[in-house]
Design a protein around this ligand. Sequence first.
Ligand code: FMN
Length: 245
Amino acid sequence: MTTVLEIMANHRSIRSFDKRPVSQEKLEKIIATAQMASTSNFIQAYSVIQVTDQEKRKQLAHFSGDQSYVEQAPVFLVFCADLYRIQQVIEYKGEEANFSTIESFLLTTIDTALFAQNVMLAAESLGLGGVYIGGIRNQPEQVSEVLDLPQLVMPLFGMCLGYPAEPIPDQKPRLPLSVVLHQNTYKKEQLNEIHKYDQEIGNYYRKRTNGKREDTWSTMMARLFSKPLRKILRTFIEQKHFRLD
Ligand SMILES: Cc1cc2nc3c(=O)[nH]c(=O)nc-3n(C[C@H](O)[C@H](O)[C@H](O)COP(=O)(O)O)c2cc1C
């Protein structure tokens, strides 16, 4: 039997799937089990949209930066932070929901992420693989329109799932434990250990690309954060009636 730790330690993103379908029964088992994730104040402030309509898939693939696996994966899910449902029940009770601080936005995004990672892990435990699709935040308004998302429902990321096609990609090594796990206070001197990690990642990309890609974790981070990311998001989030005060 494969243990939970073995499944977690074996994770890698899967972007290429074989033709085997994933039964709806299996998917629903995965989602229902994942719902047992811890949830802040029991709010369960998330929804997941399963997208089976091929035309919608095509549009979402395009809005995510033309990521073809969004269209091709046997299963595609969109994970949404969701305060709409809670607002509805509060109004039904004749009261007014006070979502006036950034805390309510944080609660719903944290809840959604915990739930989603449970979905990934449950899927992996059943022999499936998958990849998150943050690319859906490239054009959140269009995604929201395709899925008919009401106010207080924000698409955070997608997830492709299916049976992995061969060859299975190599795993990406993670940061050394010594920079992630701190004892009692935050250890600020980390660069020596990160230099060693950069060499490891350099070797990983050289091997994976037959020497074509020269990259390290540090160069990737510097490139990623050299300009503002998805500047449109603040306006979109506020248009969805989430408050960031
Ligand atoms: C929230 C989130 C969004 C992501 N978005 C994308 C994406 O849009 N496209 C993609 O190919 N991978 C995406 N990924 C996958 C990451 O690139 C991947 O997890 C990371 O490089 C580590 O690789 P591994 O999962 O194979 O270990 C995303 C991961 C997360 C957690």
